[in-house]
Structures are given as C-alpha cells and as structure tokens.
Design a protein around this ligand. Structure first.
Ligand code: GRF
Length: 202
C-alpha cells in the first residue's frame, strides 16, 4: 500500500540584498544541491545596480528593485516591498546584506519570519565595520551570527553562530574574508533548519 506521507511543499523564501550577494549565492547553491526545504522565489533590492539582482536574473529567479528615492517615504517604500513579498506568497524573508533598517511596523507584519546574518559574534559589534572594531579592541574571538530580526539593530534572538580566532596582525580585510567563508557555510544550514521546523508546523 502507498504510504500517506503529507506533501511537504518547500518554504517560499525572499532574499533581500543591497550589494554583491555572496550569501544569496551560498543559499542558492544549497538549494540547487537538493534536499533543501526552501525555495528562493524572489530577490529584492533597494539598489537597482546590486550584483545580486543580476545573479538572480541569470538563475531565473523573480526580482524586484525598489529604489528608496522612488518613494516619498520609508513607509511607502516598505509598503511596496511588502506587496511584492505577498504577490510571491513569500513565507520567510532572508536578509543578506540588506543595508536598510526595517521599520517596527514592517517587522511586526513578518514577526519571526525575518532572518539576518551579521558579521560578528552578537551581541558584540552590532552595526557596521565589525571587523575593524574587533581588531581595534584586540578581540581574540570573532565570527558571524544568524538571528531573527526584531525592531532593534542586530538585536533579535540568536539562531546560530560560527567563531574563529583572530590572528595576530590580521587586517580587517583578511578577517572579513575568513568570516565571509564561515557565513557561506552557516547561513544555508540555519535557513534549512529554520524552514524545516516551519514546514513541520504546517
Ligand atoms: C555580509 O558580511 C553579511 O554578514 C552582512 O552583509 C554582508 C553581505 O555580503 N550582513 P554579501 O552581499 O552576502 O556578499
């Protein structure tokens, strides 16, 4: 007899990015490798020239480019973003170098459905220039964090971290490159776990 396994549809992801999109590429590679519980259905950007948008187009993924300057207010900009997410039936929003703070209203509409990767061991070094700040402080450990997004800046509940030891005399650029490699390993795994759990509750 055929087993009555429920059909487990992939979780529909939107990736938001503002630049090169290497984390997006890492998630896409994990998806393409198979056995991934999610599917990127939309890539959105506030930067019409973001390299990540071009990567998405080449991969046949729908894109939406919404320049903030084309909208009268932050609220209108976010309303357009929200509409695009809804139009693609997005379930989880993956921030991958999206350089804009989302409003509390937007986050409330996507409560516990927005994940971010940040290049430090949060709660240390929220915000920008994390690698240079860690080196300037003489930090021995550094790394990256995947967390749920709340209304603060890089403050939401932590899902996972990867850490490394800062080498003596290491430059911010060298450290950034090492952390970025860890990001590319960590983010797809955490997204897969997160989406697997979400799928189990459907
Ligand atoms: C990464 O360092 C990520 O941690 C941070 O923004 C950067 C994005 O890089 N949030 P990329 O666009 O994914 O290459």
């Amino acid at each position: 007899m055929m087993s009555a396994e429920p059909v487990r549809l992939a979780v529909r992801l939107a990736v938001l990015l503002s630049g090169r999109g290497s984390n997006f590429e890492a998630v896409l590679a994990a998806q393409s490798a198979g056995d991934f519980p999610a599917q990127i259905v939309l890539v959105g950007s506030d930067n019409v020239n973001a390299a990540g948008l071009q990567t998405a187009r080449l991969a046949g993924i729908a894109t939406t480019a919404l320049a903030r300057s084309d909208f009268g207010s932050k609220q209108e900009h976010e309303t357009a973003l929200h509409s695009a997410l809804e139009a693609h039936d997005v379930e989880v929003v993956v921030l991958a170098g999206y350089m804009r703070l989302l409003s509390a209203d937007f986050i409330a509409r996507w409560e516990n459905r927005i994940v971010n990767i940040h290049p430090s061991l949060l709660p240390a070094y929220p915000g920008l220039d994390t690698h240079a700040r860690a080196i300037a402080d003489g930090a021995e450990l550094h790394g990256c964090t995947v967390h749920l997004v709340d209304a603060g800046m890089d403050t939401g509940p932590i899902l996972a971290q990867s850490q490394l030891t800062v080498s003596p005399g290491e430059t911010p650029e060298a450290l950034a490159a090492r952390v970025l490699k860890m990001e590319h390993r960590l983010y797809p795994k955490v997204i897969a776990d997160f989406c697997e759990r979400l799928r189990a509750t459907r």
